[in-house]
Design a binder for this molecule. Structure first.
Ligand SMILES: Cc1cc2nc3c(=O)[nH]c(=O)nc-3n(C[C@H](O)[C@H](O)[C@H](O)COP(=O)(O)O)c2cc1C
Length: 144
């Protein structure tokens, strides 16, 4: 069975392009090895990430590595559950940056900070955040 988690966190300043590419490189390398897929979005100093894969692999990645990473803080787990299939099967870790998030999310929410509101967190128990992530990400891919 597949396990899926989604969380938001705040980046610690300064988060420059080098830091972002270091995060992405390590993510893609480790996730490919561990058969973890997902997406990472970054906007307004907020990360939103979905991780999916075998339960112990996802838990190790999230609790043992990502949670201890000093490059971000205030992690808030929004979703953690078993799922039947992967939402992002083709991505060791797809990335959607500030410009894309801003461009594709205007109709649904202005920025990822809306994902932190209590209302949305409650809604996430129904997978709303995942749905948003999926739609942003698929629009993003179409536009490339
Ligand atoms: C927002 C954020 C997301 C991350 N996502 C992942 C990830 O999906 N997979 C991963 O292995 N590491 C991820 N990392 C990096 C880990 O915290 C850690 O630095 C890395 O796994 C160490 O890899 P290494 O031991 O191969 O150098 C993320 C870090 C941050 C700040």
């Amino acid at each position: 069975m597949l396990f899926q988690v989604a969380y938001v966190s705040l980046s610690r300043l300064p988060l420059d392009e080098n830091t972002l590419s270091e995060i992405l490189e390590a993510s893609q390398r480790n996730n490919a090895r561990d058969e973890i897929t997902g997406v990472l979005m970054y906007h307004d100093e907020i990360f939103f990430q979905v991780l999916e894969g075998e339960k112990s692999a996802v838990e190790n990645c999230y609790y043992k590595r990502i949670c201890h990473d000093p490059r971000h803080k205030s992690l808030s787990l929004m979703w953690a559950d078993m799922v039947d299939s992967r939402t992002f099967p083709d991505w060791a870790m797809g990335y959607v940056g500030p410009d894309e998030v801003g461009r594709y999310t205007k109709s649904s929410f202005q920025s990822l900070s809306h994902l932190q509101s209590a209302e949305v967190v409650v809604a996430n128990t129904n997978g709303v955040a995942l749905e948003l992530a999926r739609s942003v990400f698929s629009d993003f891919n179409k536009g490339r």
